[in-house]
Design a protein around this ligand. Structure first.
Ligand SMILES: [Zn+2]
Length: 393
């Protein structure tokens, strides 16, 4: 067995330790032990990684909402025009950047070739964070992921990242299709996103939503609902989805219900501040960047870090940590760090991940500075080491 020791300040995925030791089995890629200095037995022949006094050890970061759109421009026309092969090759480059930025797991919610990127990482063909992919999303005909202006056939085949499905049986079949494609999570559009005007419409009926959730459960897949507006969120939560993505228009009663059920909330705040984003002045967006997050915090909703980084040339991967900074403004630094480590791993359904603890995956990041004091310590320029499955990169 080969043992690697890291010693220093640590955030273990839930709390801060001023002087801790992490003991890693680099062959099997697991953490053998974690604890305060003195409590962890250090073998004499163990390799030690020297860290600066100002460094902090954390579990590898997790981004629960990303895309690999891989186009040079931004928007459905550009995304549609990228050939699949080029999209996947560019996606591989983006994955490498994510790993260098300290991300060891991501959840991909709509891209070309998502399950293949996931497979290429897991078999070691390319370097990147582990990818939990949705394959394609599920969308109703004429709904949010049916871009206006394309003939239906072209919209389905080229422009959208979804299987269009209408009625409970088509919805069940679409879930079976993404499962067949290699998805590990089901994403569906419970609402629009201003793509058809400033007013948000909810998508899918009760019976369709129940069918999506029920079929996903039968196949052992989690369900993520893209949801804007109270109606869409209420239906998705009541029908039992695992996570609400974006979640614009959160209300107190909805937040209470989510708190009770343990529904995850992935608010993707940072994307709404991007200059490329067209609807920055929408009232729902403005409320999202203020009140929604206050409600989520007050009601104890399980907020998870998801940057919604698009992965095209206008919004490339690498600075996904900005979402953590954004969330910290509302939740405080510690909660924002939990949202990007242990809780995000839980949301993705990753086993033994997101914590510095015995038996957990040896996915770690070492940064310069103390993110519990300033989350900007997680910026790529402050990343000192990334360890994935026990291997130092
Ligand atoms: Zn997204």
């Amino acid at each position: 067995m080969s043992t690697l020791i890291l010693r220093g300040r640590a955030f273990d995925g839930k709390s801060q330790h001023p002087d801790a030791v992490v003991k890693i089995d680099t062959i099997n890629g697991i953490i053998l032990d974690f604890g305060e200095r003195g409590s962890v037995e250090v073998p004499r022949d163990a390799k030690k990684l020297r860290l600066d006094r100002d460094a902090t050890i954390l579990p590898g970061l997790v981004d629960a909402h990303v895309h690999f759109m891989s186009s040079t421009g931004h928007g459905p026309n550009d995304w549609a025009a990228v050939p699949d092969t080029l999209a996947v090759l560019r996606g591989a480059g983006e994955l490498r950047k994510l790993l260098q930025a300290g991300f060891t797991s991501v959840r991909e919610l709509g891209s070309k070739g998502g399950p293949h990127l996931a497979q290429a990482v897991s078999e070691g063909s390319i370097e990147g964070p582990d990818v939990v992919s949705c394959g394609r999303a599920l969308a109703q005909t004429g709904g949010d992921d049916d871009p206006p202006g394309f003939p239906l056939r072209l919209a389905q085949e080229l422009a959208s990242y979804s299987y269009f499905c209408d009625g409970p049986w088509e919805c069940r079949r679409a879930v079976r299709m993404v499962d067949r494609d290699g998805a590990r999570v089901v994403k569906f559009y419970a609402s629009g996103a201003f793509s058809r005007g400033a007013k948000v419409r909810s998508n899918f009926t009760d019976e369709e939503t129940k069918a999506i959730v029920d079929e996903s459960r039968r196949l052992g897949l989690k369900v993520a609902a893209h949801a804007y507006g109270e109606e869409a969120m209420e239906r998705a939560v009541r029908c039992g989805v695992d996570s609400i993505e974006h979640g614009l228009g959160l209300t107190s009663s909805l937040a209470s219900e989510m708190g009770k059920r343990g529904t995850y909330y992935v608010p993707t705040l940072h994307i709404y501040r991007n200059p490329v984003y067209k609807n920055r002045d929408n009232e729902l967006v403005k409320k999202h960047l203020s009140e929604d997050m206050q409600i989520a915090r007050e009601k104890g909703v399980k907020v998870v870090m998801g940057s919604d980084t698009i992965g095209d040339r206008t919004i490339p991967h690498g600075r996904n940590y900005e979402e953590i900074v954004e969330e910290a403004r509302f939740l405080g630094n510690r909660e924002a760090l939990i949202a990007a480590t242990s809780r995000a791993a839980e949301c993705l359904g990753l086993e033994n991940a997101g914590m510095l603890a015995s038996g957990f995956r040896a996915d770690l990041v070492v940064v310069r500075g103390d993110p519990s004091k300033n989350t900007r310590a997680l910026a790529p320029e402050n990343i000192v080491h990334v360890i994935k499955r026990g291997r130092l990169l």
